[in-house]
Structures are given as C-alpha cells and as structure tokens.
Write a protein that binds this ligand. Structure first.
Ligand SMILES: [Zn+2]
Ligand SMILES: [Zn+2]
Length: 247
C-alpha cells in the first residue's frame, strides 16, 4: 500500500517566492485529508486540479491565517457552488471550533446563519493523545513552541498504515523527535537560512537536530525569501508547490 502527498502550498505567510500558503494533501488508503488550509489554499487546490469536495478531513496545526484562513471560502463554496454532499471533518488544536467560527464571521460576515447540507464536524483534538478524526485517520497533536494565541501544535497523522508528520510553525521542542520517529514522511519547517527568528525552526536548528528526526524521509518547508535565496546551498530535500511524493 502506498500513499501520496501533494504539496499544494508550502510557502510562508507572506507569499515569499510566489508560493501558496501551507496545504499538504495526503491520499492514504481510505481517506484523503489536507494538513492546513491557508488563505490562498483554495486557489492552490484549483491550480493543482484537486476538488475540495474530495477532501474528507482538514487537520489544522494552528490558527494563523497562512494555515487556516482558506477554510471560510472553502466552506461557502461547498455549500453554494460545489454543492458538497459528503461529510467533512475539520480537526485542530483545542478550541478549534470556536476559533474557526470567529474566523468565519470575520472573513465572511453573516455566513454563520448558513446551514451546510452535508455533515460538517469539528474535532477539537486533545494534545498528546491519538484522536480519531475519521474512521481511517488518527492524529496526535503535540504542543508547539509558536505564538501561544494560535494554539500551536506539531502533528503526527496516521492513515492506512502511513504516517505523515509536520512540525507546523514551531521552534524546536522535545516533542519533535517523537512526531518524526519512523514517519513515512516528516515535513519540517525551515523558515530562515541564517537569521534567528523566534517561534520558528530555522535552517541552523534543522542541522543541529537532524540526527534526532529519524523519519524515513524528511522534506523542508515554509521558506522565507531569505531561505529561498540560499536554497542551492541546502542539500536536504526541499518542498516546492506542486511537489508530489509517494510514500
Ligand atoms: Zn506559517
Ligand atoms: Zn504560524
């Protein structure tokens, strides 16, 4: 059994390099899920030729616009234009349902009165525990070291025997070796090449901790323009929008 991971978007919050915000679509046996759904992810999915109606679950790492702000327009389209009929689960850190309702009301005022005709379920995941998100998808979130108000997590997703893990936006934590261990794919933030930026993993952190990752494959993501400018000096595997990986 194989799974496929499509890097629909792997950019930072500021459009560096013309890249889309974070959204990774995983096709695992029994479930298609997206990890994060940033402000530009709906456009990115269209460009990648992926129907958002075909996604069974969205797993959010934290409540920052470049990781979750595409959800309101996606939900509206699912209700009005794309006429979704199949269930959708939106899972995320504690308080995700409330926070996403607020995001929805701010970005699409008045949309709160609309009732989807499909089953829409929010899952506020418990930290440090496996959470059953769909029948085939289990996600274990760990606390990340990032802007506290975003309820930041690093996640380990398991579906069809395949593990995809992602640091989210996070400076180094002791949990990162746990989420990466034996993962079929570990997606690791590497925001800046040289400049130390608080609340993020930067390339020097990646190098310092490389031996602790222990995943079968590691791909770096969330590049600033400074990191992109140095990418030819980076021998580790780097994400780009449109990258498709078999695991
Ligand atoms: Zn980010
Ligand atoms: Zn963030």
């Amino acid at each position: 059994m194989t799974a496929q991971v499509t890097f629909v978007g792997c950019g930072d919050a500021f459009g560096s390099g013309g890249r889309f915000n974070t959204c990774f679509v995983v096709d695992a046996p029994g479930v298609r899920y997206a990890i994060d759904f940033g402000a530009t992810s709906l456009v990115a999915l269209k460009q990648a030729g992926i129907e958002h109606n075909s996604i069974d679950a969205i797993v959010l790492t934290h409540i920052h616009a470049d990781h979750c702000a595409g959800v309101p327009s996606m939900l509206l389209d699912a209700m009005l234009g794309a006429r979704r009929q199949t269930p959708l689960v939106i899972a995320g850190p504690p308080d995700t349902e409330n926070r996403m309702m607020e995001v929805m009301e701010v970005l699409m005022p008045g949309s709160g009165v609309m009732e989807p005709r499909f089953d829409l379920t929010y899952v506020d995941m418990q930290l440090m525990k496996p959470n059953q998100v769909t029948e085939h998808l289990t996600v274990t979130p760990y606390p990340a070291y990032h802007t506290a108000e975003t309820n930041p997590t690093s996640i380990r997703c398991e579906a069809g025997g395949k593990v995809v893990s992602y640091t989210g936006d996070s400076a180094w934590t002791k949990h990162i070796p746990k989420i990466s261990k034996d993962a079929d794919l570990f997606i690791c933030e590497s925001y800046f090449y040289e400049k130390p930026i608080r609340f993020h993993m930067n390339y020097p952190d990646v190098l310092e901790h490389w031996d602790e990752f222990q995943a079968k494959r590691t791909i770096l993501t969330h590049f600033s323009s400074e990191m992109l400018a140095m990418a030819d000096r980076v021998p580790e595997e780097c994400a780009h929008d449109g990258l498709v990986v078999e695991i």
